[in-house]
Design a binder for this molecule. Structure first.
Ligand code: SF4
Length: 144
């Protein structure tokens, strides 16, 4: 019997399961983000609640408004990766959250900013992201 080829969705599902199992919702990734000050929707946000909203998106459940605001302002500074005490790639967590919020994982798109102009560049951005955030094996699986 032929071994089933790994797909991008397999990779995403593995990443989501691992993140959900290890993330303690401490909020340190959000606290380290240099972009939150530029969003009115995040000025009073509780870090733990924002992360919980992002994890909702990873579970294909619409997250709270604060999580959407964070997904929108991410510029891939990678500060969140360095901040995570659990070794989770929090920037990738945000990127997968963006994919979900854009409607790419099965739930309706969350907002026009992600389903409009930015969507045209979505897959180009995802490919660029994959080259910088994944191992060579993961990139190979991503591009199959
Ligand atoms: S810093 Fe890591 S463990 Fe804490 S909320 Fe962010 S991803 Fe989860």
């Amino acid at each position: 019997m032929t071994e089933k080829a790994a797909t991008l969705r397999d990779h995403l599902d593995d990443f989501i399961a691992d993140t959900l199992s290890r993330c303690t919702r401490c909020g340190k990734c959000f606290e380290a983000c240099p972009m939150t000050r530029y969003s009115d929707g995040l000025s009073q946000a509780e870090p733990k609640a924002v992360v919980s909203g992002v994890l909702d998106w990873l579970q294909q459940t619409p997250g709270n408004a604060e999580s959407v605001a964070w997904l929108k302002v991410c510029t891939q500074s990678s500060r969140c990766i360095e901040a995570c005490p659990e070794g989770i790639n929090a920037m990738k967590m945000v990127r997968v959250g963006q994919m979900s919020a854009m409607g790419s994982l099965g739930v309706p798109a969350a907002h026009a900013a992600m389903s409009g102009r930015e969507a045209k560049d979505f897959f180009r951005v995802i490919n660029a992201f994959s080259e910088t955030q994944m191992t060579s094996d993961e990139i190979d699986r991503w591009q199959r």
